[in-house]
Write a protein that binds this ligand. Sequence first.
Ligand code: MN
Length: 256
Amino acid sequence: MNSPKPTAKSPDALLGYLPGMRAVFADCHVGRRPGDEGPFLDALTVAADRGAKAISLLGDIFHFFIAHPKFETVAIRRFLDAVDRLSARDVPVTYVEGNRDFFLRRSYVEHHFREVCDQETFEAGGRRFLLTHGDLLNEADLPYRFWRALSKNPLARASLHVIPKAAGNRLVWKTEARLYRSNFKHKTRLPVEMIREFAERRFAQGVDTVLLGHFHKSWVEDAGRGRIEILPAFVDEHRWMEVAEDGSTSLVSLPA
Ligand SMILES: [Mn+2]
C-alpha cells in the first residue's frame, strides 16, 4: 500500500517535500581559470537527464561568488542561464551558501533559485535530510570565523556599490591567499568531533541524515541516531550525490 502523499499544508510540505530523485553538488570551485565551468554545467544537465527532480548546491560552487552585477563573470552568467534552463524543465535549484559565496540573499541572483539558504531540509523515503556547507562547524578556526563575520556583514555588502571592480577582486584574492594557510591547517585533519557534535544536535531535533561539503573529502559515518555524509568536492573528482526517492544515497561520476 502506498503511504499517503503529503498535502500542501502538511509539515512535509514545509520540509521541502518533492517526489523523486535529487542531485546534490558541493565544492565545484568554478572560476579559477577561464572556461573551467564546463564540466559543472555539463553535470547539471546530466543530473536532470538522469531524472533529478530538484538540485541542491551545497556551497562553494564558485571559487568566489560575489553576487553583484559589477562582479559578474562569464562563468556566473552561464551558470545562471543553466539554472534558468533547469527551472524551465521543472528542476528547481536550491543554493546553500558556502564560505566563498557572498551576498546571494536579497541580491539580483536570488530569484533564479528556489531558495538561497544556510541550511536546507527535505524528506526522502521517510528520512529527514539536513544540508549545510560545513564551514561553521569548526569552532577552533578563529581566523576564518572572523573573516566570515567581517565579509558577510551589511557594511561589506554596501561597500560593493562604491569599491572599483579591480580593487574588489584584488582584495578578495589577496585575503584568500592569506587565509589559505589557516584553512589548510584546519583541513589537514577532518574535525570529526566537531562534525559529530553538530550532527548529534540535529539528530536530537529529528534529522536522520546530515549532508556536508567543504572538507573536500568523501566520508560517511553511521552514528547512533543518524548518518553523516560528507560529499566529495566536484572540482577534485567530478562526482556528485543522488538522493533517491527511498532516501538512499549514491555518488555519480560525470561521464568522461
Ligand atoms: Mn567551503
